[in-house]
Design a binder for this molecule. Structure first.
Ligand SMILES: Cc1cc2nc3c(=O)[nH]c(=O)nc-3n(C[C@H](O)[C@H](O)[C@H](O)COP(=O)(O)OP(=O)(O)OC[C@H]3O[C@@H](n4cnc5c(N)ncnc54)[C@H](O)[C@@H]3O)c2cc1C
Length: 276
């Protein structure tokens, strides 16, 4: 059976490099027998703001509207707005979600962040019990595929923008892995507006090759929920810290334990990570 793929796509122009990357993914994954669905956020006019209009009917506390709590209740009671329900269906069915976007301000465009704020609803996508390695989407894959304006050399530990591993951490750990997704290595297209046409074609060719084996790639490694002690404010367990004491590098970009960051932690799977 072919896998279900959702591409959450944020670019305004069908002539963009992002469009070409998205089209390549649709073509190559469809050719493998996958069922590919694209949420083209600008074409949909996707609402980016998390507001009480996301709920149909009465809100519980109009005086002090708390978006997370209210949308969780509305999700349970089937009272979320139609556009969120539509995206929930696509996420539920997806085996892999690809986020295709141009980097904006070291992150994603607001319309895609709006998709994340509104579609990854509390209860549906995470809860205090079900998050990180226990998250609702732990059987699903997700990945970032994005373009930059910057050259690769600008996004390293001694480049002007700093280490891309650090830039990726909040998105890959704090959004994708938080909801349980197994996160595939990001696909980064460095500076397509500023390189030669041959360079752009070579990047697209590399993506097309990768797409052939994408679904059997090993996901990146993150610190599992079990590594943390719920009774002590979710601190790393003593035994995990002891195991890490002699390690040359930190556990992850975020759990660096005051040591050098594990090299390419947000780009390739670790050979060995704590108790994972
Ligand atoms: C608000 C904002 C914030 C930004 N913040 C950052 C930031 O923090 N860091 C950063 O690095 N950059 C940043 N940028 C730059 C942005 O990331 C780049 O402009 C963007 O990633 C380029 O991708 P694109 O798809 O828009 O390229 P395009 O400009 O659409 O395309 C680049 C070139 O590829 C060509 N092309 C299209 N299709 C094909 C094809 N099939 N084959 C070959 N060539 C093709 C196009 O014709 C064009 O010449 C920011 C930009 C904005 C507007």
């Amino acid at each position: 059976m072919g896998k279900n793929i959702l591409i959450v796509y944020a670019h305004q122009s069908a002539g963009s490099f992002n469009a070409a990357a998205k089209d390549a993914a649709v073509e190559l994954l469809t050719a493998q027998g996958c069922n590919v669905v694209v949420s083209d956020l600008y074409a949909l006019g996707f609402k980016a703001t998390a507001t009480k209009e996301d709920i149909t009917g009465e809100v519980k506390n109009p005086e002090h509207f708390c978006y997370g709590e209210e949308t969780m209740v509305a999700w349970r009671e089937n009272r979320l707005s139609a556009d969120i329900v539509e995206e929930h269906k696509k996420v539920t069915e997806a085996d892999l979600i690809i986020f295709q976007f141009p980097m904006y301000w070291f992150s994603m465009p607001a319309i895609m962040k709006g998709w994340i704020d509104r579609v990854l609803t509390q209860g549906f996508a995470y809860s205090s019990e079900k998050r990180y390695s226990q998250g609702p989407f732990k059987e699903k894959l997700a990945m970032l595929s994005f373009t930059t304006g910057s050259q690769e050399s600008m996004f390293c530990s001694n480049g002007i923008n700093g280490d891309m591993n650090v830039t990726l951490w909040p998105i890959q750990n704090g959004i994708l892995y938080y909801c349980g997704f197994q996160v595939l290595a990001p696909q980064i297209f460095w500076a397509p507006p500023h390189i030669t046409s041959e360079g752009r074609m070579a990047m697209l060719e590399g993506w097309r090759k990768r797409l052939e084996g994408l679904l059997s790639e090993t996901p990146l490694s993150f610190a599992p929920l079990d590594d943390f002690d719920t009774s002590s404010g979710f601190q790393l367990k003593t035994e995990v810290k002891e195991k890490q004491a002699e390690a040359e590098f930190g556990l992850t970009v975020g759990h660096h334990l005051g040591k050098p960051l594990p090299p390419n932690n947000q780009f390739r799977p670790a050979l060995c990570l704590s108790s994972a």
